[in-house]
Design a protein around this ligand. Structure first.
Ligand SMILES: [Zn+2]
Length: 341
């Protein structure tokens, strides 16, 4: 079985984007603000959006199941206030839930949180609980920078985040550390801000005792871990200077990396440097990089090809494709087992 731990609903019907634009317009002109019931998307429209896009590509590329969350760049937690984010997150999560109900063999949800800069993270707990307990979601996306590129929140090791971690631990759901759109002109959203955030989050937890405090807390760092695998020696050396335990012991029971790296040498490096037990298959499809690589003739985000061609044993490949995801996303494993898988 091939589990893709990182997919977003980037192809939602246009009505969603139009509703969001009205919500944003309503922040300055309240008479324009839409109600939740103004958004009407039929099951047929959802099926069409999935069948012709994500599901078609999953079938072509041989992926079975995608952990599916709302479009990351549209989370835009910096817009409006908590109420704005709460309404928007609820709408986006419900759509992913409906997709998972329409295609239960192929999609399972991961939640977007109603984060808002400076707002107590306790405010996000209710939506997380709803998504996990009512919708059957198996993970959550946690934005370490809800300001959208200005980094106004404390680091992930700060008690600011602990109410969320306590709930994640209680529910046993891992967080993918995932920023949203950049509203800082210095940082391109998917080319810089995403990768910066992956690297930044890793260093934040490296310089902390977060996982001593929360031994069962699990973070998936997407996009291959940003700069982390490439600079693994630097991180090991910094940890050593800080008299921290070796990274394997200090972080690798809790931190995992996905395979959203869009070329063979990147995947070769990732799987060589990072223990295979810490690498999860993912494509972030349909996402940031949608073109065909002229050097290979294949889509950049067809990441399965790179895993198939990497120097890995069958057992290692199985861990990356299925075993690690089932070990880390325990609720997913339970769901699959309940269906005899
Ligand atoms: Zn993503």
């Amino acid at each position: 079985m091939i589990i893709d731990c990182h997919g977003h609903f980037t192809t939602a019907p246009k009505a969603l984007e139009i509703w969001r634009q009205r919500q944003i317009a309503g922040l300055t002109a309240p008479e324009l603000a839409p109600s939740v019931s103004d958004l009407q998307i039929s099951d047929d429209a959802l099926c069409e959006a999935i069948e012709g896009n994500q599901l078609r590509l999953m079938r072509e590329r041989g992926a079975d199941l995608t952990i599916f969350s709302p479009r990351a760049s549209f989370m835009a937690h910096h817009i409006g206030n908590f109420e704005t984010s709460a309404t928007w997150a609820a709408i986006c999560n419900l759509l992913c839930h409906r997709v998972s109900e329409l295609f239960p063999d192929h999609f399972v949800g991961a939640a977007m949180l109603p984060q808002s800069p400076g707002v107590d993270t306790r405010s996000c707990v209710a939506e997380l609980e709803r998504c996990v307990l009512e919708y059957g979601f198996v993970g959550v996306n946690l934005n370490p920078d809800p300001s959208g590129g200005h980094w106004t929140s404390p680091p992930l090791s700060d008690p600011y985040w602990f109410p969320l971690y306590e709930k994640m631990v209680e529910l046993d759901v891992p967080a993918m550390i995932h920023v949203s759109t950049s509203c800082n002109a210095c940082f391109h959203t998917t080319g810089a801000h995403y990768l910066n955030a992956d690297t930044t989050a890793f260093m934040q937890v490296l310089t902390s005792d977060l996982f001593q405090r929360f031994p069962t807390l699990k973070f998936v760092i997407p996009h291959g871990g940003g700069a982390v695998p490439y600079h693994w020696g630097r991180f090991r050396g910094l940890a050593q200077e800080l008299k921290l335990p070796p990274l394997q012991e200090h972080l690798l029971n809790n931190v995992f990396f996905d395979t959203c790296v869009y070329h063979q040498p990147g995947i070769d490096l990732l799987t060589h440097v990072i223990p295979v037990r810490n690498v999860l298959f993912a494509s972030e499809m349909i996402g940031a990089v949608r073109g065909i690589d002229p050097e290979t003739g294949h889509y950049y985000d067809d990441t399965r090809r790179y895993i198939d061609q990497a120097a890995l044993s069958a057992e290692e490949r199985h861990l990356i494709y299925e075993g690690n995801a089932r070990r880390i996303y325990t609720r997913l494993d339970a769901r699959l087992k309940a269906r005899g898988l």
